[in-house]
Design a protein around this ligand. Structure first.
Ligand code: PHE
Length: 344
């Protein structure tokens, strides 16, 4: 047995292929080691033990040398030509969904002025979605909001289970969570109403602002709306309030923002003629509902309406995105069409 001969052969292997061939030749089923082992039967009994030990030692050192050589060969520079000047492959990149992006943007805008971002359940009881908002069970205003009910037994006190139709269900919860004013909440959550057309999807997102403290009035509300509109829609964007009705605010308003395409004028100068603005037609775009929190809502939340006042607003996220980018079909947001989504 010439141990060194085998080890030298291994050490002088020039490639992985050559080494593999050697491995088979030495350690394979019909290889040299097995051949030597099979010869043990011809060895005199009193020499068998020593013979066996020798072969095992040889096997171990061959094994070790092959391992070391394998590593050594793998470190050697590949002889394959590598062209460093070839352009790299661009892998497709994912992007943040426009709605998630807007949620982040809106949260940041309000967090900057001390609002706390919260997220309340999208599956709630009638109490949270209506009763706590001054809309008792037989109140006709509840018909204005089409609601999806969940088919489970009603709660004895809180009523039926619903997919919340607005983020206003967070108002009562936040008043109870904070305990006493000041409250500055920005509640962003999914909402559900059974509509499907270019401006509605059955699932959508709202962001709800709630501010309660001593001496809170409409001036603070206007200031906050102007602040939001200028940052989110762009400098120079104005807001205006139109009287409206909500059960949970008094007085109530609808908020409009000035159209950025025509700068609130309603007409646009195109090819030397003055035309109606195609985006807004009137100079203004409707943002959503707002108003001063109704005293009954404050009371229900455990807040004394004679000591504190507040305002609230609720706007659709899909809607503000549409207004910001001039999009005309909100169903695209959820179509999963990558060509639409990767533009943002
Ligand atoms: N919840 C109302 C809606 O979904 C919006 C709103 C919120 C109005 C807060 C007033 C105050 O239309």
């Amino acid at each position: 047995m010439d141990d060194n001969k085998y080890i030298e052969e291994i050490n002088s292997a020039k490639s992985q292929e050559q080494l593999s061939e050697l491995e088979i030749k030495l350690l394979g089923r019909n290889g040299i080691i097995n051949d030597l082992l099979s010869k043990i039967k011809d060895i005199p009994n009193d020499e068998k033990r020593e013979y066996g030990q020798k072969i095992n030692m040889l096997k171990t050192s061959i094994d070790q040398s092959i391992k070391v050589k394998k590593i050594e060969l793998s470190k050697q520079k590949s002889s394959v030509f590598f062209d460093k000047t070839l352009p790299g492959k661009a892998y497709p990149k994912g992007s943040i969904h426009i709605v998630s992006y807007a949620v982040e943007e809106i949260s940041k805008i309000f967090e900057k002025i001390g609002f706390i971002r919260v997220s309340y359940p999208e599956v709630d009881w009638e109490y949270g979605a209506f009763e706590s908002l001054n809309m008792p069970s037989n109140h006709p205003a509840r018909d204005d909001v089409e609601t999806s009910f969940i088919d489970v037994p009603a709660h004895l006190k809180l009523g039926k289970m619903v997919l919340t139709p607005h983020t206003s269900n967070g108002q009562n919860r936040e008043m109870k969570r904070v305990g006493k004013p000041p409250i500055r909440m920005i509640n962003i959550s999914k909402c559900y109403r059974p509509n499907w057309d270019p401006t509605h999807t059955p699932m959508f997102h709202q962001f709800e602002g709630l501010c309660v403290d001593s001496d809170i009035n409409i001036i603070n509300l206007r200031g906050t709306l102007d602040y939001f509109a200028e940052i989110y829609f762009g400098k120079g964007t104005k807001t205006r309030l139109r009287p409206h009705h909500f059960q949970f605010t008094e007085p109530s308003f609808e908020v409009d923002i000035s159209c950025n395409a025509c700068k609130g004028v309603g007409t646009i100068h195109e090819l030397s003629v003055q035309k109606k603005c195609r985006v807004c037609k009137s100079g203004w775009l409707e943002l959503g509902g707002t108003g001063m929190v109704h005293p009954n809502v404050l009371k229900e939340g455990g807040i004394d309406p004679s000591a504190s006042s507040g305002w609230a607003f609720g706007f659709g996220i899909e809607r503000v995105i549409m207004m910001k980018y001039g999009l005309d079909d909100i169903r695209n947001y959820y179509s999963g069409d990558i060509r639409f989504l990767e533009q943002f």
